[in-house]
Design a protein around this ligand. Structure first.
Ligand SMILES: [Zn+2]
Length: 174
């Protein structure tokens, strides 16, 4: 197998083990050229990307979960199922483009947030409020303010419930 780091043609398997249910073979590999190590997960028909959860557990990347999360955020918003699917396609592509076989949920969450921010500000705030687990009203308000600042007419203390008249979004993050 080709080295994902230096593209060397061959890599050495240094460890190989099968998952408990025998469905996945996990191989630890080392590149003789650049000495870097990576893991491959072999299972029928697809390459698995594993998501590392906050508590350290790993689970396979599940597109349906991303769709579910986005759908919930977009509830009663004028966003079609198709648009959500397209956004999830983008997220999935970005995940696979990383060439890593593992990715923390926080990174996936950030990708989803980015996609939602471009689609619908209300959905974005909803998702962000769950995903970022704002510890207090202040940090939540700060996030809202960063959105409201882009729509001057809404900056009258109305809060996030007033519908933002402008849909222009600029990448004003953090
Ligand atoms: Zn290499």
């Amino acid at each position: 197998m080709k080295c994902p780091f230096c593209q060397h043609d061959d890599t050495r398997v240094i460890d190989s083990r099968t998952s408990d249910d025998q469905s996945v073979v996990r191989r630890r590999r080392e590149c003789p050229e650049c000495s870097r190590r990576f893991t491959t997960y072999e299972r029928p028909g697809e390459v698995r990307i594993f998501v590392i959860k906050k508590d350290g557990r790993r689970e396979p990347f599940d597109r349906n979960k991303v769709i579910a999360g986005m759908t919930k955020a977009c509830e009663k918003r004028p966003i079609s199922r198709e648009a959500i699917e397209q956004a999830v396609d983008g997220v999935e592509r970005a995940v696979r483009d990383q060439l890593a076989e593992e990715m923390p949920t926080s990174e996936i969450g950030a990708l989803v947030m980015q996609a939602l921010r471009e689609m619908d500000e209300v959905a974005y705030v909803r998702f962000a409020s769950v995903y970022k687990e704002f510890r207090d009203a202040d940090s939540f308000l700060k996030e809202i303010e960063s959105l409201v600042r882009k729509t001057p007419s809404a900056a009258t203390g109305e809060g996030p419930r007033g519908s933002a008249p402008s849909h222009r979004t600029t990448g004003h993050n953090t």
